[in-house]
Design a protein around this ligand. Sequence first.
Ligand SMILES: Cc1cc2nc3c(=O)[nH]c(=O)nc-3n(C[C@H](O)[C@H](O)[C@H](O)COP(=O)(O)OP(=O)(O)OC[C@H]3O[C@@H](n4cnc5c(N)ncnc54)[C@H](O)[C@@H]3O)c2cc1C
Length: 385
Amino acid sequence: MQKETYDVVVVGAGVVGCSVSYHLAQSGLKVALVDKGSAAGEASQAAAGMLAPLGDEAPNQEHPLQQLGMAALGYYDGLDEQLKQETGIDIGLVDVPTLRPAFDEQGVAHLQALLTRQQHFLPGLQWLDGSLVHKIEPLLPETVQGALLSPYERSVQAARITLAYARGAAIRGAHLVEGCPVGRLIRQGQRVVGVETTQGPMYAGVIALAAGAWATQWHTRTSIPPIFPVKGQMMALQAPPSLHLRHTVYAYGVGGIVPKSDGTIFVGSTVEQAGFDKAVTAGGIATLLAAVTKLTPDLNRARFVRAWTGLRPGSADGLPLIGPSQSVQGLWIAGGYFRDGILLGPLTGHILAELIQKHSTPFGLDLQAFNPDRFGGWDSASSLT
Ligand SMILES: Cc1cc2nc3c(=O)[nH]c(=O)nc-3n(C[C@H](O)[C@H](O)[C@H](O)COP(=O)(O)OP(=O)(O)OC[C@H]3O[C@@H](n4cnc5c(N)ncnc54)[C@H](O)[C@@H]3O)c2cc1C
């Protein structure tokens, strides 16, 4: 590769890096979007695509992740139309409500407490008794005692939204470089001026790191890695029309059954500390089948389509890392999105692009809790492997 100079090099073409690139390119900046593999090749193609800011143990509506999650859910309004028009890609956004069923008294108490804390936060949230739950979702088993109905949590095709942003960025002139691992940051003093890649150096005054589960290689060595891989296994089913699932069904610690816009049903997901291993395992499939049997037993008659894994970028305190590095000037971080990257990626990609250009946060959001230096500084020390 010839010596290339850009305004911004974005490292990582998952949903976050593609959204950042799209918005930077829209502003007329010269952008390179570089990935070691392909766009949407890692976590952003593996996700269930639930847009679920409610979470599992949501503490209260003041929690920074919930504030961000709510804004991110709203950001999806009209996004499907916009990206379809600009790129021709249908992101598969579906308005299928979510049901969180309870199977015993403890489950009922937990979900009702969640309802009390969250009902002003998510409009339309309501408790349904067992008999009503069956009427609206006959695929739930008779053992269900009641369920929390959440009409505004939606779902999307994760790979498609990522590819739509990648294509949108390319249409606006961004240079997508695939199969190109990025190694060391090139620095002059405390300022970053480019990156080493397997295809040679690429120069830019701004580097945006959106490298998912791999981002820690650019962090100073501390006892706590700020970002680490959390493996998730998933499978897809195809059900006959007689087994039409009308809701996303989600139970904390059990799994999620998510009807997709193409008629398949995604079943997810395991949560495993397995390093960078991406094998689909017998144990993983057993966990997913157990979720089907518990939540929607009739779907055991559905056809198995495929199974896959992805590596979520977990973060040490469960919050993403978004903003400028204080230790390396010109370096920006967008990582650690863990289980919410498809929900948060579109909005926060837009936010990071605005921050890079204007140093002010759009949408009136407070990003203090997401300070990327809270586990220590970032550095350039990684070399190409
Ligand atoms: C099984 C599963 C289910 C999930 N379900 C949901 C869900 O329902 N809802 C939700 O909101 N989120 C969900 N998530 C989480 C979501 O997928 C992630 O949070 C999100 O995809 C993270 O996006 P990212 O762009 O940060 O990372 P990624 O999509 O992993 O992208 C990072 C990119 O960086 C590239 N890269 C890494 N190192 C380098 C390097 N050295 N040089 C160049 N490129 C590099 C990688 O190749 C990769 O393409 C799920 C994840 C999994 C695994």
